[in-house]
Write a protein that binds this ligand. Structure first.
Ligand SMILES: [Zn+2]
Length: 457
């Protein structure tokens, strides 16, 4: 069971929608009790795909029946072919729910199934239950579902589930690749945390202690022994599943305390932007299917860690503020640069607005960089405490079964490197890339990574 029970209660009390997060061996057998507690008189409508039905849905269905819970006929999506997180599939869930008298939706699966049900639950005005079948991503508890509607991937508004149940026996039997993807997604909190340290340091986005403390103090513990995790160690699987879910909660809690801010700051940084870029470009893996979020993020972590290593190999005396201010473009030049980076993406013009919000005048830039130069040594210590070196990160992700070079996800190295400049234009969220950009060394270090015989190889 959870290592941090007391703290978890406090965290749950701060979360708006999630009431219970249950992780452990045989956790599935307690589901009927949660149905009775939170959805008395409702009939359970299990939504699964053929894989997750076989892995957990079937067993859940018979356990619920044994315990006398009312059940609808399940909705099972046939796979293969690959189940897309497409809004049309949300409509199928809604239709099935509307045919039932008094249903409670129970998502049995991981990313896609959960996202479909999360949105359908919101549109039908009924909170849902989720049975996680793999420790594969941090979206179980996040508010919002990543869905394609009219060909465009977007995060659609919807609250997290009321109850999340993960049975370690089931997590253990998930495909190794699915769990490895979750490990990669959890490891992204290392780079995300480093980015937040930088944003805090330059005064753009102060760290919120309460949210920071949900994930960061325990993160290295969750991630340790990647080999044991990869071989299905139940304690390591529980830890990663817990970390992933708490990441979703951290985002929710940050969202509530800072409604105007980008709440995903709590759990994602520049590495997630790589994933968004590759997803939008429709990149497919060797099997012809989209590469999982966690695997894209894992490669994104390596891209970001390479930049961290180069940037923080600089000494304070090498920071040339006059040079940096001089190299900083006027807005017209910057806008042309953004167009060059982004115009192959759908509705690229919106990135102009996003980057305009991040753009500062040269006076402000000089002030910022003066503070950076003066505090450089202290900042570097904090970053090095937060972030493993490139080689350590690579060894850790590799041992967990995550991709660490573009070829691992069937991607051309030039495609991976071309994403750097784009990622910096994607969000109004200050990251290591913005710091490198402000210092006037972003392109120089991308070139260095490109020429290197070590990075992303
Ligand atoms: Zn993620």
């Amino acid at each position: 069971m959870l290592k941090y029970g007391m703290e978890l209660n406090e965290i749950l009390a701060s979360a708006e929608d999630l009431e219970a997060l249950v992780i452990g061996r045989n956790a599935l057998s307690g589901t009927a009790g949660y149905i009775e507690k939170y959805w008395p008189g409702c009939s359970v409508l299990i939504v699964a795909d053929t894989n997750t039905w076989n892995a957990a849905g079937k067993r859940l269905y018979s356990l619920l029946k044994e315990d006398g819970a009312a059940c609808e006929d399940p909705l099972i999506f046939d796979v293969p072919p690959y189940l897309h997180a497409d809004y049309d599939n949300v409509l199928k869930v809604i239709k099935k729910a509307e045919e039932s008298e008094n249903p409670v939706l129970a998502a049995v699966g991981s990313g896609t199934i959960n996202d479909l049900v999360k949105r359908a639950s919101f549109e039908t005005g009924r909170p849902y239950l989720c049975v996680g079948t793999a420790a594969s991503m941090d979206g179980y508890c996040s508010s919002g579902a990543a869905l394609s509607k009219n060909g465009r991937k977007q995060t659609m508004e919807c609250p997290s589930p009321k109850v999340v149940i993960a049975d370690t026996e089931i997590l253990k039997s998930a495909p190794a690749k699915a769990n490895a993807a979750g490990y990669g997604d959890l490891a992204s909190k290392l780079t995300a945390g480093a980015d937040w340290i930088i944003a805090d340091f330059v005064g753009v986005d102060p760290i919120e202690e309460k949210v920071w403390n949900i994930i960061q103090p325990k993160l290295k513990g969750w991630l340790e022994s990647p080999e044991a995790f990869a071989s299905g160690d139940e304690e390591k699987l529980s830890g990663v599943f817990e970390g992933l879910n708490l990441s979703g909660l951290a985002m929710q809690i940050l969202g509530r305390s800072r409604p105007a801010a980008d709440s995903s700051r709590a759990a994602s940084g520049a590495e997630h932007m790589f994933s968004h870029i590759w997803e939008m470009s429709g990149h497919l893996g060797a099997d012809g299917n989209p590469v999982s979020h966690g695997f894209q993020v894992s490669l994104g972590i390596m891209c970001v860690t390479a930049m961290y290593e180069l940037l923080f190999s600089m000494e304070a005396r090498e920071i040339d503020i006059d040079f940096s201010v001089e190299s900083y473009p006027d807005w017209e030049t910057r806008a042309a640069e953004i167009e060059g980076n982004m115009k192959m993406l759908p509705s690229w013009e919106e990135y102009l607005g996003i980057c305009r919000m991040k753009y500062v005048d040269r006076g402000r830039l000089r002030e910022r960089l003066t503070a950076v130069k003066n505090g450089w040594d202290g900042l570097r210590i904090r970053i090095r405490e937060q972030l493993p070196s490139y080689d350590e990160m690579k060894a850790m992700l590799n041992a967990a079964g995550c991709p660490v070079r573009p070829s691992d996800i069937d991607m051309d190295r030039t495609v991976a490197i071309a994403a750097y400049a784009k990622t910096q234009c994607m969000r109004n969220r200050y990251t290591v890339f913005d710091l490198a950009y402000d210092l006037g060394v972003f392109s120089k270090y991308i070139d260095e990574i490109d020429r290197s015989s070590r990075y992303l190889r």
